[in-house]
Write a protein that binds this ligand. Sequence first.
Ligand code: ADP
Length: 488
Amino acid sequence: FSLMQRNMSLLRDKAFVNGEWITSKKGKSFDVINPTDGSVIGQVPDMDVEDTKAAIDSAHSAFKPWASTTAKERSNLLRKWFNLLEENKEELARLVSIEAGKPFKESLGEVFYGNSFIEWFSEEARRINGEIAASPAKSKEMLFIRQPIGVAALITPWNFPHAMITRKAGAALAAGCTCVIKPAEDTPLTALALAQLAHDAGIPKGVLNVITASRDNAAPMGKILCESPLVRGLSFTGSTAVGKILYQQCASGIKRVSLELGGNAPFIVFKSANLDQAVVGAMASKFRNCGQTCVSANRFLIEESVFDQFVEKLKVAMKTELKQGTGESCNTGPLINVTQLQRVDNIVQDAVKKGATVHLGGGPAKELGERWYQPTLLTNIKSDMLCYREEIFGPVVACIKFKSEEEGLKIANDTPVGLAGYFFSGDIAQCWRVGKALEVGMVGINEGMISSTEAAFGGIKESGIGREGSHHGIEEYTDVKYMCFGNL
Ligand code: ADP
């Protein structure tokens, strides 16, 4: 470990099960890589099915005692966890930066966002109320109570190593569920640091477990997490392809399933829009985490009469505002790994081959390292290009021209996924019409940044099932029980 890393008191090289730091039963481990330069940060256990079963057992044993704590007790523990997360926010941000490659300021932003879920769910824990229904019979009273579902398996991606965990675990713990967390193989270190702080806050052993695995073990681990009769629900954030596998695996045991999958967000600029605001929104929505967020604007649909003007303004903003590198003034990092870089480059080269115009960038930024990609701006996009259909997940803007609101909406909705959508318009009637017509779970209207702990986050169509954050986030972890009192 380098000097900087040795000074990190939250850096762990073991997994966290039943309140203990453990290795894998077979003694295997895998490397965690710093995407900025490809260096090895450290190793964590490469766990398999046996290790996973042990973690599930631990969560299962902890469930009844945890579920029987009072809402106020759970709230207090979550609040203590939140306080520790805040005290350690700089170190958490450094961990996010070294394993996910984000510029430090951006990592701090994620930690702020991630911590806020624990604060929010410490508050929501006390408001998981039931209902009393109006009974049709004089001799009966009808009550609905909400109970925790049981052990929840939480499988998370690398693009938000902190927030994707707290958004799920905060809700699960508030509801009275225990959990087994499987972080992405690229970013296990932040997850382990979160577990240490949960432990320090006094969250009982077995309530929150973190198991780590390489890509090779992710599938068998995922299968047992979905199929074990001791697990009652799965919450997954990641690709649509993996989400479909997990959904199927959960079917045999009729598990509760919450899925946050890929998006293909349209970003529409209508002719009545304030173009300067639209450019600010586009920059925020596209370049956060170097385009690697599931709500990143993916297809830029620009009304014909303002097309050239918008493209020119966006080009200027990209040139002047995006600073790639690891220095303090930099705001744009690398892609997470070489596979992702090749995928992004493949999408760009396909567009170029089929006639797209490159205004900026257009290839890897080799001088910065193996995983860096130039911010790229493309026009002359046609429907047979990969960038028209696929989620890009990189710093690439592809601008498509449309002629009418109807045509813009048709292109926007012409995709099997529907997570976020954005549009800019100065026409209030159009704002309402288009807001309702977009086939997505979340809409930014004259706004490019829509995520917050208070928001109901989630998609429709193949983008997923369920909502995270807001008071809806708790629903994924509770069952409604109807109790009928008779002979009154
Ligand atoms: P990405 O393309 O962003 O890496 P993935 O859906 O592949 O998204 O990964 C998200 C999470 O799902 C990671 O924790 C990864 O290890 C895990 N994962 C990948 N494949 C499987 C699988 N077959 N079963 C369970 N989990 C998986």
